[in-house]
Design a protein around this ligand. Structure first.
Ligand code: UDP
Length: 251
């Protein structure tokens, strides 16, 4: 029996959602909306609305947010600068995004808290597994900032790590397309879409779902990765209700 089937209760009088507790990975780029840089408040509000629908289904939601809309360490390293410093800057970018998302979640009427992998008590709480659990049990939406807290990692890997720590029933990865394809569907018209695929196949075929460390971590923790389109408002809740389009990566 899936972990979610043991735990799920669902909203009063409603159908039981497909998963009870999920980790939602939002890339920094998604927050740009129609802009070419930074944070579009219309987009953070949209994502907050999607999260609210999931919470109203009785689902516990935590979010790992990226920083690529502001800074990536590798971009600095490519110009010959120190990678570790670049990655520190990238992690700081995720903190900005997390603060923006928390504001949007609060505005949507949710109770949200930012937990950072790196201590910055004036700005937000510091991540601990115990703190995380108590916030989730209190029904708060948790926004993870600072990635893993270590250079040379990505927020995809942070998403798989935090999903494992919170014993998530699934890791939702919002992307530009509605699932996992055998090739890039935007450039290859023969690309085939999978409804389900195993973590091992994703790794063996080198499919660009999340980075390989993240997929391996999710596989080892037996956490399905649900790949879906962030372009579709309301898709998160539809998938949680067994509708909507997605690819489920599962062992
Ligand atoms: N980063 C890091 N360690 C982590 C997570 C992120 O050093 O555990 C840095 C890294 O420089 C990365 C940047 O933060 O490029 C932004 O994260 P990411 O590229 O994963 O963001 P996304 O692509 O999801 O917007």
């Amino acid at each position: 029996m899936a972990k979610s089937e043991k735990r799920a209760s669902g909203p009063k009088g409603g159908a039981k959602p497909r998963y009870e507790r999920v980790l939602f990975k939002v890339s920094g780029e998604a927050l740009m909306g129609s802009q070419s840089f930074g944070i579009d408040p219309a987009m953070t509000a949209r994502i907050a609305g999607d999260v609210k629908e999931a919470v109203q289904l009785g689902v516990g939601v935590a979010i790992v947010v990226g920083g690529g809309n502001i800074f990536r360490g590798i971009a600095l390293a490519a110009k010959g600068a120190d990678r570790v410093t670049g990655d520190h800057m990238g992690m700081l970018a995720t903190v900005m995004n997390a603060k923006a998302l928390k504001m949007a979640l609060d505005d949507a009427g949710l109770d949200a808290v930012v937990l950072s992998a790196v201590e910055m008590p004036e700005f937000c709480e510091t991540f601990t597994q115990r703190g995380l659990e108590s916030h989730l049990e209190a029904g708060r939406v948790v926004v993870f900032a600072g990635g893993t807290g270590n250079p040379f990692f990505t927020t995809d890997t942070a998403a798989a790590l935090r999903a494992s720590e919170m014993r998530a029933d699934a890791l939702f990865k919002g992307t530009q397309v509605d699932g996992v394809y055998s090739a890039d569907p935007k450039t290859d018209e023969d690309a085939q879409r999978f409804d389900t695929i195993s973590h091992d196949d994703v790794l063996a075929r080198g499919l660009k779902v999340m980075d390989q460390a993240a997929v391996a971590l999710a596989r080892n923790a037996d956490i399905p990765i649900v790949v879906f389109s962030l372009q579709e408002p309301g898709e998160l809740a539809r998938i949680l209700q067994g509708k909507g389009r997605c690819t489920t990566v599962t062992n």
